[in-house]
Design a protein around this ligand. Structure first.
Ligand SMILES: *Cc1c(COP(=O)(O)O)cnc(C)c1O
Length: 320
């Protein structure tokens, strides 16, 4: 390691506490795993981050007595705000990311026996939603350079039964969206982006999740935007958004039909609550700054890893 001191400085700097480092592996000659002292004795920063904004937001919803999207205003406000930050035309909040994917498959018309192209390297929800639709997952393997689905192999997987292409933007990185869109358009197959790990990631200056027919996000506890459980879909076509709204609202659409309990289509209940949306709105105040810091840290870590010949790195096309 050429820049040993800066590597240690980086690890120390990653904590708000910034406690001075004690003995390192170099002092004992042993890695911490084998009994040497730790390079970083203090814990890493806690996640999630929250404060008075979240507290106030939750209490406001509690005291308002308006806990569901039908009579509250937080879910709608969050949808507007998430669309604004991503540059999408429209957004629909959902109860989780898996629901966002499942709604998408339903609104683009994936039926039993249809084929959906997905990568094998992803979180299992990408596969589960296809199987729960009684559709057939068709795997397209990973590009060893980026660890994303290899767009160069997608066209060969398209058949007469392909009803959707569902790439996953893994770990904040982005698939080759130009190539994927070309194939989707050429074969008239909908493109559903699983952007559950790609909040604010960009392809050519435009946000991931705004390129396909739908772009799906998760706000589950481990994600970069978090309200415990939650999700969203981005759209550019208001007609698809309306179908998605109807599906996630037990078949009841946005347009008034003149009577309660009239139904525009099939569906189920996959709505987000006002409490979750209130937390998301508070968390959104930090998201851009957090993403910038994460990108800077990742760049720094990558530059350090570059010095270790034995470690290969996923090449990252673009970041925030
Ligand atoms: C987290 C995740 C999901 C599912 O999101 P949930 O909110 O946990 O349902 C789907 N796809 C990918 C790639 C994910 O990382």
């Amino acid at each position: 390691m050429k820049s040993h001191l800066s590597r240690r400085g980086f690890l120390a700097g990653a904590s708000a506490a910034g406690v001075a480092l004690r003995a390192s592996a170099a002092d004992t000659g042993k890695p911490a795993l084998l009994g040497g002292s730790k390079v970083r004795p203090q814990p890493f920063p806690a996640w999630p981050v929250s404060g008075e904004t979240e507290e106030r937001a939750l209490l406001d919803v509690l005291h308002s007595g308006k806990w569901f999207r039908g009579n509250g205003r937080n879910v709608k406000k969050f949808e507007q705000e998430y669309a604004r930050v991503t540059g999408a035309k429209d957004c629909l909040a959902t109860c989780n990311g898996t629901a966002a994917l499942s709604i998408s498959l339903n609104v683009v018309g994936v039926e039993p026996g249809d084929e959906v192209i997905i990568p094998p390297y992803t979180f299992i929800a990408t596969l589960n939603v296809v199987l729960r639709q009684y559709a057939l997952p068709v795997f397209v393997d990973t590009d060893p350079d980026t660890f994303q689905m290899d767009a160069r192999r997608v066209e060969a997987a398209v058949t007469g039964r392909t009803r959707a292409i569902m790439p996953v933007h893994l770990g904040g990185n982005v698939c080759d969206l130009d190539a994927l869109l070309d194939i989707a358009r050429k074969h008239k197959v909908p493109l559903i982006e699983d952007a559950c790990q790609a909040h604010l990631a960009e392809w050519k200056g435009r946000k991931a999740g705004t390129w396909g027919d739908t772009g799906c996000f998760s706000f589950q506890a481990s994600k970069n935007l978090n309200c415990g459980e939650g999700g969203a879909i981005l759209f550019n076509d208001p007609e698809i958004r309306e179908r998605a709204y109807t599906f996630h609202n037990n078949g009841s659409g946005l347009k008034p039909t003149g009577a309660n309990f009239t139904y525009a289509g099939s569906g189920t209940n996959l709505r987000l609550t006002e409490f979750q949306a209130a937390i998301l709105l508070a968390q959104m105040e930090r998201i851009e700054q957090q993403a910038r810091r994460r990108s800077e840290n990742a760049k720094y870590l990558t530059s350090m890893l570059r010095e270790i010949e034995e470690i290969g790195r996923a090449s990252c096309r673009e970041r925030v």
